[in-house]
Write a protein that binds this ligand. Structure first.
Ligand SMILES: Nc1nc2c(ncn2[C@@H]2O[C@H](COP(=O)(O)OP(=O)(O)OP(=O)(O)O)[C@@H](O)[C@H]2O)c(=O)[nH]1
Ligand SMILES: [Mg+2]
Length: 225
C-alpha cells in the first residue's frame, strides 16, 4: 500500500518536473529572416560565411512550407501544391547569424530525365561541397511508408560525414494515434537501414506543431559548434 502510494507520488513528481522544464524551455526567436540568394553550385552561394542548416526530401514533402513556418512568414520560400517547385538552392539568413537552406526535392517522377538530372546535380554539388553545411534535416511525409528513394538517400547520407536528423512532415493530416503508429513504423525501417536510430522530429506547417522543437534543436546544434 505504502509502496503504491510512493510510486504514485513519484510519477506525479516526474510529470510535474517534465511540465516545469517544458514550460521554462525558451524558444529560439527568429527576429529576422531574409532571402540571401539562389544558387546551382556552391561557388554561387552568398558570400557571407555562416553555419547552414539545410532541408531536403522528396518533392512536395513540405520543405519550403516548413521553412516558412519556422520563420513565421508564409511568403519567404516559394511553395506549391505541384511537385518540383524549388529548383535551386535557396539561402535564408536568420538573425544575421546562420542560414536556413531550402533544397530542391529529389525523386520527382514526372520530371523529364534531363530535368531530374539537373536537380540531382544541384543537390549533389551542395551536399558534396558546402563546407558550411552543419546539419541536414531529411523530411519524410508522416503519412507514408519510406519510399525506395528515401531509403536510398538516407542510407547514403548515413555513410557520409554529414550530421543529419529526420523530420516527419504533414503530421496534421493523420489522427494522433494512427500518425504515431505510422511514424514508429517508419522510424523502425530507417533504423533497420542505418543500424542506428537518428534523431527524429515531427512537424505540421499547418498547425505549427514541432516548430519549437525544431528551433530549439537548431539552437542546441548552434551552441555546440
Ligand atoms: N496539410 C499540410 N500541408 C502541407 C504541409 N506542409 C506542406 N504542405 C503542402 O504541401 C504542398 C507542398 O509543399 P512545399 O512546401 O512546396 O513542398 P516542397 O517539399 O518544398 O516541394 P518542392 O519544392 O517541389 O520539392 C503545398 O501544397 C503545401 O501547402 C503540412 O504540414 N500540412
Ligand atoms: Mg520547395
Amino acid at each position: 500500500m505504502i509502496i503504491t502510494l510512493l510510486s504514485f507520488k513519484f510519477t506525479k513528481f516526474v510529470v510535474y518536473l517534465q511540465q516545469f522544464f517544458n514550460r521554462s524551455l525558451p524558444v529560439m526567436k527568429i527576429q529576422e529572416a531574409k532571402f540571401a540568394g539562389s544558387s546551382t553550385i556552391v561557388e554561387q552561394k552568398p558570400k557571407e560565411i555562416l553555419p547552414e542548416f539545410a532541408f531536403i526530401g522528396r518533392s512536395n514533402v513540405g520543405k519550403s512550407s516548413l521553412i516558412n513556418c519556422l520563420c513565421g512568414n508564409s511568403r519567404l520560400a516559394m511553395t506549391s501544391s505541384k511537385p518540383g517547385k524549388t529548383r535551386l538552392v535557396n539561402h535564408f539568413r536568420i538573425n544575421g547569424q546562420w542560414y536556413l537552406v531550402d533544397l530542391p526535392g529529389y525523386g520527382y517522377a514526372k520530371a523529364s530525365q534531363n530535368d531530374r538530372q539537373k536537380i540531382e546535380d544541384v543537390i549533389r554539388n551542395y551536399l558534396n561541397f558546402s563546407r558550411e553545411l552543419k546539419h541536414l534535416f531529411i523530411l519524410i511525409d508522416s503519412r507514408h511508408d519510406l519510399t525506395g528513394t528515401d531509403a536510398d538517400f538516407i542510407r547514403e547520407i548515413g555513410t557520409s560525414d554529414i550530421p543529419f536528423s529526420i523530420i516527419f512532415t504533414k503530421a496534421d493530416k493523420m489522427g494522433p494515434v494512427a500518425g504515431a503508429k505510422q511514424m514508429e513504423k517508419c522510424k523502425r525501417s530507417i533504423a533497420d537501414r542505418l543500424q542506428f536510430q537518428p534523431h527524429c522530429l515531427a512537424s505540421s506547417s499547418e498547425t505549427g506543431m514541432g516548430r519549437e522543437d525544431i528551433l530549439n534543436y537548431i539552437d542546441k546544434l548552434l551552441s555546440e559548434l
